[in-house]
Ligand binder design. Structure first.
Ligand SMILES: Nc1ncnc2c1ncn2[C@@H]1O[C@H](COP(=O)(O)OP(=O)(O)OP(=O)(O)O)[C@@H](O)[C@H]1O
Ligand SMILES: [Mg+2]
Length: 512
């Protein structure tokens, strides 16, 4: 049987036909899928389709012209003398706008009971007027589940004549199937063909291409982006406590079927001093979990203010549920709070309330990584246990961490400096953020390039003079954040937020 007629949906539709319900409403954006489903559910009954543009068709043959309009087709169905299924496309428009159509549908209901005639309304959205609620049987076709997507992958692999299609390994099917979750059958099929055309095969290398379709899907809301460039955890310097926590929780997250629901990780809140790696760590979460990463721009959500913001945000949350398993990154949530306080309409309050409830009720396959600079602006209910598994404070890096960060950024640019230079640079950058250390490496690189030379030791130390670290200019704020975090958050590094200066004795010899 084709994947489009999976057992779950087929049983639902067949039950309604068997029960003789003459008016059925199928909510799905996929008309082709609805056609295949009805054909599979009642293979003996003729299936006719109607749309406002094409009129009534039996296959390709026109039976009634579009000029007859929605009222005309309902008359046609009522007058029809044989069993048949009439699939009415986009009929929700007329249900909402025409009292005449609503009345005629009620007539149709009574005229078709026990006659083997069915009118099936197929629409991507649900519009059922109250006066028809009793007569219309409603079925929402859910997005394909993992099993259905795996069947689709097998079918497509065979029809595309992919080498070894018949025996696509189970783990590969799982990887490719999860990459497709959240897509409709049509979108998934399109993504598979796109990936096959560009990758030349269907193996692990096709995952990024399959996710491309998802990127387009989430991008439609305007509030979410697919983030393709996740960060390997080894490219995050320091933060050993956070790294250990993530690596330990990864297995629990994936054992959600076998462990109790309470211990499946839900998400973390990363707060701390600007430039110390909150966003970087959020991107690393996705790579530790081996999941796609989606970023929700909270500033954008709240900037919408009144009007469509609530609905769009709820839609975005639903889309996230459909694309699970995934890591969802809410960047700078406190940005939302400050705006919220300026909002008098109450819309932002409601969005925020929705977010908090959603955080608690979202499906297990979604892991949230939220970041905030000023967690002290967040309401208490936000950081209440149960929403996030852990609140981590990311402090200024200590000596060891700064050295690690230097190494990461130098290595990334294929630069090797002497150990002594590295130690001096690390000592001189006490109180610097990771972002400032990276900036120093870039300045050194720029100076070297301007002189037409490769970056060597002699450029690194002078580059440090060009940067005034934030912790100097914003001493008070840094102190305030640290004090707030000390008894409310877990330090992401093992030294703790109130670590003493970890400055070792500067090396005895002079600058190289
Ligand atoms: N611990 C770190 N290890 C390696 N690089 C780091 C680290 N911290 C910061 N960086 C570098 O600084 C850049 C900026 O850091 P990031 O965007 O994660 O800071 P942030 O805490 O999110 O700051 P903001 O609050 O301003 O958004 C990173 O892309 C990375 O290159
Ligand atoms: Mg950030």
């Amino acid at each position: 049987m084709s994947v489009a007629a999976s057992n779950r949906d087929l049983t639902a539709v067949r039950n309604l036909l068997d029960a003789g319900r003459p008016l059925i409403y199928l909510q799905t954006p996929e008309e082709e899928r609805a056609v295949r489903l009805l054909q599979a559910a009642a293979p003996e009954t003729p299936l006719l389709t109607w749309s406002v543009t094409e009129g009534l068709l039996d296959g390709k043959r026109t039976l009634a012209s579009q000029a007859d309009g929605p009222r005309g087709i309902l008359d046609f169905v009522i007058a029809h003398t044989k069993p048949a299924i009439f699939l009415l496309k986009d009929f929700h428009e007329f249900l909402a706008s025409s009292a005449e159509v609503r009345r005629r549908l009620r007539d149709l209901y009574h005229a078709c009971v026990r006659k083997g005639k069915f009118a099936v309304i197929c629409s991507p959205i649900k519009v059922i007027p109250p006066e028809l609620e009793r007569e219309i049987a409603f079925v929402k076709l859910p997005l394909p589940d993992l099993g259905e997507l795996q069947t689709l992958l097998r079918e497509e692999a065979e029809s595309l004549r992919v080498a070894g299609a018949a025996e696509l390994a189970e783990d590969l099917l799982y990887t490719l199937g999860t990459a497709l979750q959240g897509l409709t059958f049509d979108e998934a099929r399109y993504a598979i063909r796109y990936a096959h055309r560009h990758a030349g095969q269907l193996d692990a290398s096709a995952v990024a291409l399959l996710q491309e379709e998802k990127r387009l899907l989430v991008g439609k809301s305007g509030l979410m982006d697919y983030v393709p460039d996740t960060v390997h955890i080894e490219h995050v310097g320091g933060l050993d406590v956070l790294k250990k926590w993530l690596t330990q929780r990864r297995d629990l997250f994936f054992s959600s079927d076998s462990v109790s629901v309470e211990i499946v990780p839900k998400g973390i809140l990363l707060m701390g001093i600007s430039g110390c790696g909150k966003s970087l760590s959020a991107r690393a979460v996705a790579s530790v979990f081996g999941l796609p990463l989606y970023r929700v721009d909270m500033a954008q959500v709240f900037a919408m203010g009144t009007g469509h913001a609530e609905r769009l945000f709820a839609d975005a949350c639903r889309t996230m549920e459909e694309i699970a398993p995934a890591v969802v990154w809410f960047d700078e949530i406190e940005n939302a709070i400050t705006r919220q306080h300026q909002d008098s309409s109450g819309v932002l309050d409601r969005i925020f309330g929705y977010f908090l409830t959603w955080m608690q009720e979202k499906p297990l396959g979604l892991f949230v990584a939220a970041t905030a600079n000023r967690i002290d602006l967040l309401p208490a209910e936000m950081i209440r246990k149960g929403r996030f598994d852990q609140v981590f404070f990311i402090d200024l890096p200590d000596y060891q961490e700064r050295m690690e960060i230097f190494r990461i950024h130098l290595q990334r640019r294929q630069v090797v400096v002497q150990e002594l230079t590295l130690e001096l640079a690390t000592v001189r950058t006490e109180g610097w953020t990771g972002a400032e250390i990276e900036q120093a490496v870039i300045s050194a690189l720029t100076a070297a390039r301007l002189n037409g030379e490769p970056l060597t030791d002699k450029y690194l130390l002078p580059a440090l003079n060009e940067i005034v670290p934030l912790s100097k200019t914003m001493q008070e704020q840094v102190k305030h954040i640290r004090a707030w975090a000390s008894d409310r958050a877990v330090c992401a590094s093992s030294k703790g937020p109130h670590r003493k200066s970890s400055k070792p004795q500067p090396p005895a010899s002079g600058t190289p």
